[in-house]
Write a new protein. Structure first.
Length: 550
């Protein structure tokens, strides 16, 4: 385990709060692949089961243009593969044992097994796959039958390379199994109802497979482990297509303002840095979409699902300490992030669709410096002015790729302004103040935004898209995939706006250039992820060509 992590310039370190932390042994520039992590087991969700290969978890049409459609297992007809090699690999890992179980259950149950239909059945199926690999690992470990890394001098070059590949695969399998067995189960933190449910699932799996090296109680323990360590697999647009157990990836602790992200290429998990990470700094990711939740909500979810009280840099500082300035320079970064949560609590009313309509209708007026703000609804004007100030403050840090310290300094100044008494007093002149950064407001705005896109109302969509970008830039880390993908969508809306003219095309080009730089950081690894980057480059080229012809 230690040697595997060391090969990736990483180490595990004891941590009194989170049990242990994954620490970098080198400086990692933003946009770097920190490591690849491989699954102990994966399972597709119901909606993707006939779209993605069940073994490599890739869509055949994205692999090659001549790829044949998925083929079902000829025996059970439940599992689908993109190739014979994937079918053989699946057969070796688990399907040899599971195929007959699927057939038996299908004959007894008219619901066609439907292993992906609900949470309990997904838990049961993942437990089968996890336990088969662990049982095989324990069997091999008990006989000390792990392969040697040495090679015979009589081997040919091809044989030697094949031997190296086999040994590396066995090494990865050993690391994955060791990592899983070392994970905390948090069994003591689960409710009696949850444990009872796991006992029923474990009993079913045990009766089906009767392992040599695993007890029924071990199965309950495994369920506890991956209930608080599972990952949702998502595509290059962040849509979920499966769920998986990634034991090495589970070594990475959560932060509500992380320095790394998780992306996927089929079954392969890609950990990418989104900020420069110093040597001896902890690698962190976000287990949930923490940015759009207030502090109380996300801490409750993390406690319930992952069994820990979040004490990350964004959650650690008490609001009272911010108000009383009880902090020193060492904690200034944490204070800045805590102000985001404070800002999300401001206001008394979520923004409704009628307000969004008014905002879009008055956008051109507010953009005209000759129009007096007194002629426009005060609330609408303040939303517009806040957005403009946010974009002018933070977009340059994506455009110019500034140092993190410089970006955080600008973010801190911006948050001080948005939380200042001057802004609050002006807003309170009106009867109600809007919660611009609340979860409900963001949900309403994004739904409205995509409705405008579906209706091809491009002129209105990019105006609302800029407002959403302003919100995202405040609550998410600057190179979060949500921001980089939104920049691309915003650029497309502007480019499609025939009413906008030359000025909007120029702005679209600027946004697409920022998008290209940002997506290189978030989507720069993996064939499927790079499709997005290529799409941005293609649209940017078309926009620049169109501008020359105007």
């Amino acid at each position: 385990m230690e040697s595997f992590l060391f090969d990736h310039y990483l180490k595990l370190e004891s941590n009194p709060i989170s049990y242990r932390s994954l620490i970098s042994l080198r400086h990692i520039p933003k946009g770097t692949t920190v490591m690849y992590s491989y699954p102990l087991a994966c399972l597709l969700i119901q909606s993707t089961i006939k779209t993605y290969c069940n073994q490599c978890l890739k869509i055949p049409s994205l692999t090659t243009s001549s790829s044949p459609p998925l083929q079902a297992c000829s025996k059970c007809k439940q599992i689908f593969y993109c190739s014979v090699s994937c079918q053989k690999k699946s057969w070796t890992l688990h399907h040899k044992k599971l195929c007959s179980i699927y057939i038996s259950k299908k004959e007894k149950d008219d619901s066609n097994l439907d292993i992906n239909n609900n949470i309990n059945k997904m838990d049961e199926e993942i437990l089968r796959r996890v336990s088969l690999r662990i049982d095989k690992y324990l069997e091999k470990k008990s006989t000390s039958n792990f392969s040697s890394s040495s090679f015979s001098p009589l081997e040919t070059g091809k044989e030697r390379e094949k031997g190296k590949e086999i040994n590396e695969n066995e090494r990865i399998n050993q690391v994955i199994c060791e990592a899983f067995l070392s994970l905390m189960s948090h069994r003591e933190n689960l409710t009696s109802d949850q444990i009872e449910k796991y006992k029923i699932i474990a009993e079913r799996v045990w009766s089906d497979l009767k392992f040599k090296n695993i007890s029924q109680d071990d199965l309950i323990k495994y369920l506890c482990k991956f209930s608080c360590n599972n990952f949702q697999l998502h595509d290059n647009q962040l849509f979920t297509y499966g769920e998986g157990v990634y034991p090495v990836g589970s070594f990475i602790n959560h932060s509500c303002h992380p320095n790394s992200i998780v992306m996927y290429e089929g079954e392969k998990q890609i950990i990418k840095s989104i900020e420069d990470i110093d040597a001896e700094e902890e690698i962190t990711i976000s287990y949930i979409d923490a940015a759009v939740m207030n502090r109380t909500s996300r801490k409750n979810i993390l406690k319930e699902k992952y069994c820990f009280d979040c004490q990350c840099s964004r959650c650690l500082v008490n609001f009272i300490n911010i108000e009383k300035n009880k902090f020193n320079n060492k904690n200034k970064f944490k204070i800045t992030l805590a102000k985001i949560d404070q800002l999300m609590e401001k206001g008394s009313e979520d923004i409704k669709e009628e307000i969004i309509d008014d905002l879009i209708k008055n956008w051109s007026k507010m953009n005209n410096s000759k129009i007096e703000s007194s002629l426009i609804n005060n609330q609408i004007y303040f939303i517009y002015s806040k957005t403009s100030f946010i974009l002018s403050s933070l977009l340059p840090h994506l455009r110019e790729d500034t140092l993190r310290s410089s970006y955080l300094h600008s973010l801190d100044n911006l948050l001080n302004y948005l939380l200042s008494k001057v802004v609050v007093e002006k807003e309170e002149e009106e009867k109600n103040t809007f919660k611009l950064f609340s979860t409900t407001t963001i949900s309403i705005m994004t739904k409205y935004f995509y409705n405008l896109i579906d209706a091809q109302r491009w002129h209105e969509s990019w105006k609302l898209g800029k407002l959403i970008l302003g919100i995202y830039l405040v609550i998410y880390p600057r190179y979060h995939p949500i921001i980089t993908l939104h920049l691309f969508t915003l650029g497309k809306c502007m480019w499609n706006d025939l009413e906008g003219g030359k000025d909007v095309i120029k702005e679209a080009i600027d946004i697409l250039k920022i998008s290209k730089k940002s997506i290189t950081i978030t989507h720069g690894d993996g064939e499927n992820n790079k499709i997005v980057l290529n799409d941005v480059i293609e649209l940017l080229g078309m926009a620049e060509k169109e501008l020359k012809n105007l």
